[in-house]
Design a protein around this ligand. Structure first.
Ligand SMILES: Nc1ncnc2c1ncn2[C@@H]1O[C@H](COP(=O)(O)OP(=O)(O)O)[C@@H](O)[C@H]1O
Ligand SMILES: [Mg+2]
Length: 222
């Protein structure tokens, strides 16, 4: 296997409901370390399914995945692997409404950083980086959609993940906020040599990435 490969999948397949739903049908590709790739395709083409498999939130029906040079199955237990390796940004921010922004950002750190003072320090660092330091004690329902997504990004970066997986991260914010979010993510990846795969319907966003993977009916469209 190529040394600089960060994500490699072969024949990746996911069927739901006893094969009634064939969401992903034998997908193979390689993403190099440091590459920023967008994933495009119509609704229902399998983008979220693919991202959930790559992040080990879900398991494939068939096929193989290598992450950072290792068979994905060697990373079990997956929850710990996920916490340390993968920063997942969802279409909906998924911030917990009863916690402040700072507390939300600390959540992923609980499984890897036992010291409260360290968690707090890093959460401050991250919230400052996304420009929300003055809102650190705000609850999610008191800030704008774009700000929520920036806070969600800070939370995704909490454990210094090597891979960022973003599933339509700008699907719910206006164009201007969307551009800011994408620029922040891309800049963060370039600066830290992170690998990112980002599902989007927006060609302007896709153009900012290194290349595009097209999905249709659960297959790669060449
Ligand atoms: N948990 C699930 N159970 C059954 N079918 C699902 C599930 N998740 C997704 N699907 C189906 O799999 C297909 C691909 O969905 P998805 O990966 O969400 O596509 P996209 O993100 O490109 O819109 C769709 O037909 C969808 O209805
Ligand atoms: Mg989706």
């Amino acid at each position: 296997m190529n040394d600089s490969s960060m994500i490699e999948v072969k024949g990746l397949t996911k069927h739901y409901d006893n094969d009634a739903v064939k969401a992903l049908n034998g997908v193979s590709f390689l993403i190099k370390k440091g590459e920023i790739v967008s994933l495009m395709g119509p609704s229902g083409s399998g983008k979220s399914t693919l991202l959930n498999l790559l992040s080990t939130i879900d398991v494939p029906t068939k096929g193989e995945m290598w992450i950072d040079g290792k068979r994905s199955t060697l990373y079990k237990p997956y929850d710990r692997f996920r916490a340390g390796y993968i920063g997942f940004v969802f279409q909906f921010h998924n911030l917990l409404s009863h916690l402040t922004l700072l507390e939300n950002i600390e959540i992923p750190m609980y499984s890897l950083e036992p010291k409260k003072s360290e968690r707090r320090k890093r959460a401050h660092f991250l919230i400052e980086k996304v420009g929300l330091l003055d809102r650190k004690n705000a609850f999610p329902n008191r800030i704008s959609g774009g700000e929520k997504q920036l806070a969600a990004i800070a939370r995704a970066l909490a454990n210094n993940p090597k891979i960022i997986i973003a599933d339509e991260p700008t699907g719910n914010v206006d164009t201007q906020a969307g551009a800011m979010i994408i620029d922040y993510l891309i800049n963060h990846c370039r600066t830290n040599d992170l690998t990112m795969i980002i599902a989007t319907h927006n060609i302007e966003i896709a153009k900012k990435t290194d290349r595009i993977i097209h999905l249709e009916n659960g297959m790669l469209k060449i």
